[in-house]
Design a protein around this ligand. Structure first.
Ligand SMILES: [Zn+2]
Ligand SMILES: [Zn+2]
Length: 375
């Protein structure tokens, strides 16, 4: 079938909206009519080249839509079901899926190929048949997606797809970091470095866990205003003076530092942001590294002596250490009870034709928490 999609041919060049020929789903795959997809900063890392991928490629890795067709052997969803698409599939059979960490499913090893799990492609340029790579098996910047059954989760039909699409990556990554990877006890303190979509979700998770002080750090004043709205008790503007930021965190925490910190920036800024996050934690504290995009980078700004003498822990977290088949329904429940705010995370909705402008707004850094493309 034919569909419209946004194709990236070269890094940092505008994506081209054009007709793509999409094959029907093969065994174990489903076809989804996309309803909505979020613009995540990770997509921008693929766009800028911080995270290299084979091109041409259709980006987009958090979405929601309606199943239009299922391949042979598909049992968990049927035509007409509403689903959330997640960027990390879970096979339910490997060691990691079976030990409570489906975010580390062995299928993850196949995500960099740009092909489906069987090594072939479902997308070609309509004009000449040029094969198009997929992103993380789901490529959501398109009117339809053919993806593995393992990448989708059925949800109730009354839910707003343009809001719960955020659960496929950003919200779950941030909220899960704060509520799965660490276990904040009431009154404990947290520093959140980077207050985009992930950081704001983490702040919601910290607040709901009963954190006493939630200290938000960001370059942009606008992001700090959003951070306060979602539950940050303190906001510190990063003016590229790490010593001054740490001094302020020490003052807020009576000279101790926070129990936890979370870094959500990644890319080429970690020399500064991971340094702040590491120094922000107290003796015996834990820092989570959540930001991505530094695949070429070999250094990490940690003083080994401080790691030892202060007995600090630095932990990486992927997709919020989430078990998406049980965590996403849980988050939907919290959303319906008004305990988490997805609506407020969506700064604006736009159409697929606006995608290049949306990426520029993410790069500008100050304007948006999350933008959602509706189809
Ligand atoms: Zn993402
Ligand atoms: Zn698995």
């Amino acid at each position: 079938m034919r569909m419209k999609a946004a194709v990236l041919y070269e890094v940092q060049q505008p994506m081209v909206i054009e007709e793509i020929e999409l094959d029907p789903p093969k065994a174990g795959e489903v076809m989804i009519k996309m309803a909505a997809t979020g613009v995540c900063h990770s997509d921008v890392h693929y766009f800028t080249g911080h995270m290299p991928r084979e091109k041409p490629i259709i980006l987009g890795h958090e979405g929601a839509g309606v199943v239009t067709e299922v391949g042979a052997g598909v049992t968990s969803v049927a035509q007409g079901d509403h689903v959330v698409l997640t960027f990390l599939p879970s096979c339910g059979r490997c060691r990691w899926c079976h030990t409570g960490h489906p975010n580390m499913c062995d299928l993850g090893a196949k995500l960099r190929t740009g092909k489906m799990l069987d090594g072939t492609s479902r997308m070609r340029r309509a004009s000449d048949g040029l094969e198009i790579n997929n992103l993380l098996l789901i490529s959501t910047y398109a009117e339809y997606s053919v993806c593995p059954e393992d990448s989708v989760l059925k949800v109730e039909k009354h839910l707003p797809l343009e809001k719960i699409c955020l659960l496929g990556c950003g919200f779950t990554t941030g909220f899960g970091a704060a509520t799965n990877a660490i276990h904040i006890r009431p009154g404990e303190t947290v520093t959140v470095v980077g207050c985009g979509g992930l950081g704001l979700a983490a702040i919601q998770g910290a607040k709901l866990s009963g954190a006493g002080k939630i200290i938000a750090v960001d370059i942009h004043e606008e992001k700090l205003t959003m951070a306060r709205k979602f539950g940050a008790t303190h906001a510190i503007q990063n003016r590229h003076d790490a010593d001054a930021i740490i001094k302020e965190i020490e003052e807020i925490t009576w000279g101790v530092g926070t129990d936890y910190s979370m870094e959500f920036v990644g890319a080429d800024q970690t020399d500064e942001t991971a340094d702040i996050a590491f120094r922000a934690i107290r003796k015996g504290g834990t820092m989570l590294m959540v930001g991505v995009g530094m695949v070429e980078k070999k250094t990490f700004p940690i003083t080994p002596a401080d790691l030892t003498h202060w007995q600090k822990t630095v932990q990486g977290v992927l997709f919020g250490d989430a078990q998406f088949r049980s965590d996403i329904p849980r988050y939907i429940g919290l959303y319906e009870q008004g305990k988490i705010d997805l609506d407020g995370m969506v700064t604006r909705e736009l159409g697929l034709d606006d995608i290049n402008g949306a990426f520029q707004d993410v790069l500008a850094g100050n304007k948006v928490a999350r933008q959602v493309i509706r189809f």
